[in-house]
Design a protein around this ligand. Sequence first.
Ligand SMILES: C=C(O[C@@H]1C=C(C(=O)O)C=C[C@H]1O)C(=O)O
Length: 187
Amino acid sequence: MSVTRLSFPYGESIQWFSPEQISELPDSPLSEWLLSSGSLTQKLRSHCTKFEVKVLGEGTITPFSGEFPAQRQAWVREVLLCLDGVPWIFARTLIPANLLDKKETEFLTLGTRPLGELLFSNDDFTPGKIEIAHFTPCHRLAQLTESIKQPVTQELWGRRRYFSYDDEQLIISETFLPAARKIIEQM
Ligand SMILES: C=C(O[C@@H]1C=C(C(=O)O)C=C[C@H]1O)C(=O)O
């Protein structure tokens, strides 16, 4: 799986909605995955022999307009979550500078360990609301799906979760790639 790191960030400006605002969630098991509250990593691990986090890039960059209001810059981590070598999830995490300062070592040394191991390993982080999006990727995310040989033939579904730490919040978006949707919808 060759992915050019030169394109980081891959994320796109996406319009997110609360689940109640979505008139038709997928009529399939995908909806349960989109709305599940626990660790996605744990859920993914139960569907594969080998789970891997492929880091596409990390760095302090400017979020998209409206993506992270009041944050001019944020630490952004983009990864692919791979099951038995197949990318299932494109994840984009935004961490505000104040939170990064408080947990700098944990976040900056994460590497290929899943972020969920940090977020769900103690009570420091409180899971918050979930938002949903469905969209047709363009630009870099579309290039990414092509580069991992998962051309997009229908809209992608994703979710965005907020996690609180003291009075700070980080945001994690998880987009289900075509290979994941195909298998999940056969469950
Ligand atoms: C938040 C979690 O961590 C996962 C791991 C991520 C990472 O390592 O960057 C990003 C998104 C998540 O799907 C989880 O497991 O629920």
